[in-house]
Write a protein that binds this ligand. Structure first.
Ligand code: PHE
Length: 339
């Protein structure tokens, strides 16, 4: 039994094997157990001899099994450690950090400029009431100028805002002039029922601007916008105002920036006229002030609506507005702020 037992223990290749061997030798029906059990048939003199002999063998086998078991466990551990080795000198996989979207970058830049001039940044809802998107801006239900803005209606009274101008109306309504003049901008998404092409997108961005105080003139409007144009497009930029029409401003203007040829930072394609239109603006219409509870005899101001998409296209020479909304990483990575 001992010889065979030790041999089997030696042969065992894993802890399952060794367990089988243990059961076979020392278990309830194991060979050693059987010998010990058979002792009741022996004579009184034989019993202690056979007993101590069998016990000795049982102890030896037990020890051999324990040793082998430990050996196997050690081997198993060594194998696992070897397979899980980590080479700490390997170069790490690059962690890809995102970058703010180019439109976000342009909006941030413009926001900072206005914050520096003491404007506050105000938010407004994208799902807007007809009341604020049109009525309060001097555009009653039957006004023909509503056609200028192809509107996504949700219900008769609710719509996707077509402009950020409703934030003007909302802010004017609650402003307390005892706290000082009203100077705000409001960046955000706007929606129009347009067919997408290189220059149209059914969703784009605007930054609304509004200043209301005593003695505000068109000169203030021009000075403010000129400063923004020079900061965003370069110090050599000039602006010009052309007469236009918006129901909520009088007079209304279209603002152009002077062109420069492509090449280098801030490149954009020049139109033949040498000017390129960048925003709409004007002096706030007295009706709009009155509706918001502001006395037009005392207060006046200017407003403008600037398109960050347009600004970004001109600033970086992007020729298709849809690029901003396709989320093609190859396009977006060009505006990475890394390094
Ligand atoms: N809301 C106008 C538009 O979307 C732009 C604008 C804003 C014009 C403020 C004048 C004053 O076309």
């Amino acid at each position: 039994i001992k010889k065979n037992g030790l041999e089997e223990i030696k042969q065992a290749e894993n802890s399952n094997h060794i367990n089988d061997v243990r059961v076979k030798l020392l278990g309830k029906k194991g060979s050693i157990t059987e010998v010990l059990r058979g002792m009741r048939d022996l004579s009184a003199e034989e019993r202690p001899k056979v007993g101590s002999f069998a016990n000795k063998i049982r102890d030896e086998l037990t020890e051999a099994i324990t040793k082998k078991h430990e050996e196997l466990e050690e081997k198993k551990l060594a194998k696992r450690l070897a397979s899980e080795t980590l080479d700490v000198t390997l170069p790490a996989t690059e962690v890809k950090l995102g970058t703010p979207h180019v439109l976000v970058q342009v909006i941030d830049e413009i926001e900072k400029l206005f914050l520096g001039m003491g404007f506050q940044v105000v938010d407004g809802p994208e799902v807007e009431e007809d009341h604020y998107n049109f009525e309060m801006l001097n555009l009653p239900a039957d006004h023909p100028a509503r056609d200028m803005q192809d509107t996504f209606y949700i219900t008769k009274q609710l719509l996707m805002r077509t402009q950020t101008s409703p934030v003007q109306a909302r802010t004017m309504e609650v402003h307390d002039f005892a706290q000082g003049p009203l100077k705000m901008i409001s960046p955000g998404k706007v929606y129009r029922r347009d067919t997408d092409d290189a220059t149209h997108s059914h969703q784009f961005h605007q930054i609304e601007g509004l200043v209301i105080d005593k003695n505000i003139t068109m000169g203030d409007l021009k000075g403010t916008l000129e400063l923004i144009a020079k900061k965003v497009f370069g110090a050599e930029r000039e602006i010009r105002l052309r007469p236009s029409y918006f129901p909520f401003t009088e007079p209304s203007v279209e603002v152009d920036v002077s062109c420069f040829k492509c090449g280098g930072a801030g490149c954009y394609v020049c139109k033949n006229s040498g000017w390129i239109e960048v925003l709409g603006a004007g002096m706030v219409h007295p009706n709009v002030l009155k509706m918001a509870g502001i006395d037009p005899e005392v207060y006046g101001g200017f407003a403008f609506g600037l398109g960050p998409d347009r600004f970004a296209m001109l600033k970086y020479g992007v020729d298709d507005i849809r690029e901003f909304y396709l989320n093609d990483v190859r396009f977006l990575e060009q505006f990475s702020q890394k390094g």
